[in-house]
Design a protein. Structure first.
Length: 185
């Protein structure tokens, strides 16, 4: 039987916050559309740090890292990951489209693409919109999106927690991109 020794933090060879800021990122932007929970926002920062996401847009009622709970949950990731607060989600979506991002709403809607069937093109840039814990992504943002992606579920609940959803989508999206990113590490 193989023996597994838990690694100490210093053995993980993580980069510093300053190194993160200049490191190559995955061509992915996160748009948080009216997220209520500051803990969810902090968790998204940590997950975005782990996947080297380019930027997070915090829109509408979404809290910013200055809020205590966001800061507490992000554990410093808010200092590494670029972010910007914008009141209007649709304006962010329109800006990202003009910048060449393929905008994808993560939502349960008609004619969605199931996440396992969504194909990432390693030569494109992506923006993923995640919506409010109760109301989801605003319809106007969905209407402006290039794609709508749904995560299959098999239980009794209607949706995943927003922070869990971000983790699932980033893992699936990052897989084809990680091989290329690892070459530069």
């Amino acid at each position: 039987m193989e023996h597994f020794r838990k690694l100490q933090n210093e053995e993980l060879n993580r980069i510093s916050t300053e190194e993160f800021k200049t490191a190559r990122k995955l061509p992915i932007v996160i748009v948080l559309d009216n997220i209520r929970s500051q803990n969810n926002v902090g968790s998204v920062f940590r997950t975005s740090d782990a996947f080297r996401v380019e930027k997070i847009y915090l829109c509408g009622i979404t809290s910013t890292p200055e809020n205590r709970e966001v800061h507490k949950t992000a554990l410093g990731a808010e200092d590494a990951v670029a972010w910007e607060y914008r009141r209007d989600t649709l304006a962010v979506v329109e800006q990202l489209k003009t910048e060449g991002y393929r905008v994808c709403s993560i939502e349960q809607a008609e004619h969605t693409t199931s996440l396992e069937n969504f194909q990432i093109d390693p030569h494109e840039k992506y923006a993923f919109i995640f919506g409010n814990e109760v109301k989801g992504v605003q319809q106007e943002a969905i209407d402006a999106s290039d794609a709508c992606i749904e995560i299959p579920q098999f239980g009794t609940k209607h949706s995943f927690n927003i922070a869990v959803t971000v983790g699932i989508v980033l893992w699936q999206a990052a897989l084809p991109l990680l091989k290329d990113l690892k070459k530069t590490l």
